[in-house]
Design a protein around this ligand. Structure first.
Ligand SMILES: [Cu+2]
Length: 152
């Protein structure tokens, strides 16, 4: 019988699962349902699902990972790092990174930090774009998603 190697604690079971990177508590805000294998910030619609058929008013809900959603302070000297708020663009695409999201149609700002939005839409196919902006309403790299829905 062979002598076991010293590092018997590290059992290598052939083709085991990839190691999960632990996410530091500070980087995982409570409101997120974070993908714990990643620290890359992301944003998505909880509802509606991409391609869904919905009725008007259309109920939407947003969620982020690895990012803090926070109301915009009354006075902004410098946009806060790692903080943002949601914006929905109706029948429009993601803006370029670093652009200031217009406070005008077709964009709606959620500067109060809210994560839900009900909107009246005419029947037919529509594009909904969810875009994060910082305290200066500036778009952030990778923090935009677009879905399409059909309103009955
Ligand atoms: Cu904004």
């Amino acid at each position: 019988m062979r002598v076991l190697p010293l590092a018997t604690g590290l059992v290598a079971c052939g083709g085991g699962a990839p190691e999960a990177e632990p996410v530091p508590a500070a980087a995982a805000p409570m409101e997120t349902m974070a993908d714990r294998s990643s620290t890359t910030p992301s944003v998505s619609f909880v509802t509606p699902a991409d391609g869904a058929t919905v009725s008007s008013p259309v109920a939407t809900e947003f969620i982020v990972s690895n990012l803090n959603i926070s109301p915009v302070p009354e006075e902004v000297e410098m946009p806060r790092e790692g903080m943002g708020h949601h914006h929905v663009g109706i029948d429009t695409e993601c803006l370029a990174v670093g652009e200031v999201i217009p406070k005008a149609d077709p964009w709606v700002h959620f500067g109060d930090g809210s994560k839900v939005f009900d909107t009246m839409l005419p029947a037919g196919q529509h594009t909904l774009t969810l875009q994060i902006g910082d305290d200066e309403h500036r778009t952030q790299d990778g923090l935009c998603t677009t879905i399409s829905v059909t309103v009955q």
